[in-house]
Write a protein that binds this ligand. Sequence first.
Ligand code: HEC
Length: 141
Amino acid sequence: MERLKQLVPDQTRATQDVDYHFSNLWFAANQGHWPLAQFYLNETRSHLRWAVRIIPVRKDSAGREVKREDILQALENTPLKQLDAALQQQDRGEFLAAYEATLAGCYACHKAAGKPFLRPRLPERPASSMMAFDPHATWPQ
Ligand code: HEC
């Protein structure tokens, strides 16, 4: 069991990965780098699933079970689909609305998990310091 714990990345790590990909997504889309934005959206989605799989059900502070799968499903059904559509249409206005709606969904899950102090906001800078977000970058060739 201890060995398994070492192999399976913990929940904190998985949620930090969500933070990383979702903040990079913001900068890729705002600079109109649509393929990179799609990559980061896909990564966000798979890391969210992964985080939920690690601990699928949790009790909130009142002892009620929190079905994290259901909350994630709601997020996937609406704002994440909107984000996909915005990227397909390369529509920045739609992207902004969908990004904000997703953050509200992220926060809904944090509240449901008894962690209302984990309040996300629009990122000030990308988590990656070395990825080129400019779609017209020409180096390296
Ligand atoms: C299914 C529920 C759920 C969803 C959906 C969710 N989170 Fe979380 N998130 C959690 C939980 C639970 C924690 C606390 C993890 C822990 O206790 O280590 C957390 C923690 C975090 C943290 C803190 C990580 C750290 O250690 O610094 C960040 C940042 C975060 N989430 C961002 C997001 C973002 C951004 C989204 C939406 C794209 C999101 N989360 C969606 C449940 C969720």
